[in-house]
Design a protein around this ligand. Structure first.
Ligand code: PEP
Ligand code: MN
Length: 626
């Protein structure tokens, strides 16, 4: 049940109430909503709502009508983020767990781990204790398999996931693995659930072969009730009358879980379909349906696999799937960062060492802006995000060392380049160290109850007005467009004005942060509206894989001058993904060329190309490889 506490309750009174609730067998959780003083209580209590309502400090009791309580979203409105070493599951970064069905040998595990890591998996899977339908099938390598998994983690930097099939395995699981999987067949093995509730490791809880969503959540509730709230749900298909596929993948479980629970959910299309060719389409749909990640069976040589070879992807197929997921993710507001997977990326960046202060990254505007989202998607919570009010102040802050990184929009797919930032890239001696692309959905936002006809003023960032030009045009006579520094500020200003003739354009998150209402959704001129953000810093991020570079150059004003540097690229087979010219300040009709290309021009083999480029240009600056 949810207890709304009396206004002005003191910390001591609240402490006494918590103790009493716990004395009555309740597990107490703070509920973070806009309201202060709301707690959730669940447990094996015999008392009824009336009893709790009479306790000192309680204003009102709202029963939670579902059978699951601790895992219910009502108990914890924000998404739970499960942390496995430096990987976070449940934030906006798609997490891909990949590896063979079973660990078969050190050579097989290492070969497969190398492949899946190369293509961007961030966790390695592999069964050591295999629950097989037939007692005559390969049963797994047992403890030897766990030791190999631990070695994979050391060698490849990928945390490891494996299935626990008996409570006797608890100690060795704690010793060797990072995430304990409860398999479909054991989803209702309550002794096992209670056991993993106590071992202090994140748990990946698969849905039972014929379990309802409610039963599945009740199993998660078992784990929670023993004190472990690090649970990842995994939909892996259920038994239906359909026999063409091994199971029937219940994609609708994803949005349902998202509504009912705060837990992250990933999807296993391998066991769901049982067929290699069907894995990628189902994986793509799972991401489109809002899953936080995927669990995929990959084998370096599936034809020789000792279990589930027919559904295991060849490494190249897995690589292709990852490319697809990379493209789909921004459409649903998420990211798949290939580089995210690389061994120890975060500690190499120095963002994570516990005794060191967190690094700082600046973004434009306030919490909820797209820049803030880009910052979160690139860094997760590994940096402190610092809000600044102008692009120049971000460049200044990075230059002076006040912050370590800046996150800046550089290009929008509808309106083109953000030239101000291109000019600062030329002016400041800083580097591009990364990039992140966001899908941008704009909404017309007003005070609750506002009708479109009432509106007289619309506040937003000038770029946003451009991106919503078709929507705004018919109203150009009645609506005054008021430019402000960022979209979050626009929403805050209309809330503060309390004037129903004011509206703002911003994101769904901004509307909900400020308790405002969306009057019209998706008002950007074209739904394929993406903004590419770059991350700037003083130094490149060490050991991060780089596949792209940005350069600025100018040429002399002569016939064929631009042809010469372009010929250098052509001769080397270098693909340019962007070429744009900008006027040189103070030199009318002279231009700088901004180039993005698909190579790491700072890698050792590139010196001759860069030398030749230098000889064929008047000015050359490498903005960075990332
Ligand atoms: C597995 O992940 O290897 C497995 C056996 O899955 P499930 O429990 O979903 O059948
Ligand atoms: Mn399997």
């Amino acid at each position: 049940m949810i207890l709304v506490l009396q206004e002005g309750i003191t910390r001591e009174e609240k402490g006494r109430l918590d103790t009493r609730l716990e004395g009555h067998g309740c597990i107490v959780r703070e509920i973070s909503t806009h309201e202060l003083g709301v707690v959730g209580a669940a447990g094996r209590t015999e008392k009824d709502a009336g009893f709790f309502e009479d306790l000192p400090g309680v204003e009102r009791v709202i029963p939670i009508s579902t059978s699951f309580k601790l895992v219910s979203r009502r108990m914890h409105p924000k998404d739970t983020v499960v942390r496995v070493r430096d990987v976070e599951i449940g934030r906006n970064q798609i997490v891909v767990v990949a590896g063979p069905c079973a660990v078969e040998s050190r050579e097989q595990a290492f070969a497969t781990a190398g492949e899946v890591r190369r293509y961007g998996a961030v966790l390695f899977r592999g069964g050591a204790f295999k629950p097989r339908t037939s007692p005559y099938s390969f049963q797994g390598m047992g403890v030897e398999g766990l030791k190999i998994l631990a070695d994979v983690r050391e060698e490849f930097g990928l945390p490891v996931v494996t299935e626990m099939t008996s409570t006797d395995q608890a100690d060795i699981m704690v010793e060797y693995v990072d995430v304990v999987q409860i398999g479909a067949r054991n989803m209702q093995n309550f002794e096992l659930l209670k056991c993993v509730g106590r071992i202090g490791k994140p748990v990946l809880l698969k849905r039972g072969l014929s379990a309802t969503i409610e039963e599945w959540l009740m199993s998660a509730e078992y784990i929670f009730s023993e004190g472990n709230d690090q649970v990842i749900l995994c939909e892996r298909g259920i038994r239906t009358f359909e026999r063409y596929t091994r199971n029937t993948l219940d994609l609708s479980a994803i949005p349902i879980i998202k509504e009912l629970s705060h837990l992250p959910i990933i999807v296993d299309p391998s066991h769901a379909t049982g067929m290699r060719e069907k894995v990628a389409p189902m994986a793509r749909s799972a991401i489109a349906a809002g899953a936080d990640g995927l669990m995929i069976e990959v084998h370096h040589d599936p034809d020789k696999a000792l279990s589930d070879g027919a559904q295991s992807l060849y490494p190249k197929q897995f690589g292709q799937l990852m490319r697809d997921i990379y493209v789909i993710s921004p459409v649903v507001g998420k990211q798949l960062d290939f580089a995210y997977s690389k061994k120890g990326r975060t500690s190499e960046e120095g963002c994570e060492e516990p005794d060191r202060e967190k690094k700082r990254a600046a973004f434009l505007g306030m919490e909820g802006t797209f820049s803030h989202k880009a910052c979160n998607q690139f860094f997760g919570n590994k940096v402190s995000a610092v809000s600044l009010t102008s692009f120049r102040s971000i460049f200044e802050a990075v230059k002076t060392g006040e912050v370590d990184f800046g996150v800046l929009p550089l290009e929008n797919s509808l309106t083109g380049s953000i030239h101000e930032n291109y000019d600062y890239l030329l002016e400041y001696d800083l580097r591009i160290v990364g990039e992140v692309t966001l899908r941008v959905v704009h909404n017309l936002i007003g005070l609750p109850g506002t009708k479109k006809e009432q509106i007289r003023r619309v506040l937003s960032h000038p770029q946003v007005f451009q991106q919503c030009r078709l929507f705004l045009e018919p109203h150009h006579e009645e609506w005054a467009l008021v430019p402000v520094t960022d979209t979050a500020k626009a929403v805050r200003l209309i809330r503060e004005s309390g004037d129903p003739t004011d509206a703002a354009i911003g994101s769904q998150e901004e509307a909900s942060i400020h308790d405002m209402e969306i009057i019209e959704e998706g008002i950007e001129t074209n739904p394929r509206n993406f903004t590419r953000f770059v991350v700037i810093g003083r130094e490149p991020l060490p050991k991060r894989p780089r596949s792209k570079s940005s350069l600025i150059f100018s040429t002399v004003n002569q016939a064929g001058a631009l042809y010469r540097p372009l010929k250098v690229f052509a001769d080397q087979g270098i693909n340019l993904v962007k070429l744009e010219s900008r006027p040189i300040p103070g030199k009318p009709w002279e231009y700088m060329f901004y180039v993005d290309l698909e190579e790491d021009v700072e890698s050792p083999g590139f010196e001759p190309v860069m030398k030749s480029l230098d000889e064929n240009t008047d000015y050359l600056k490498v903005l960075g490889s990332y």
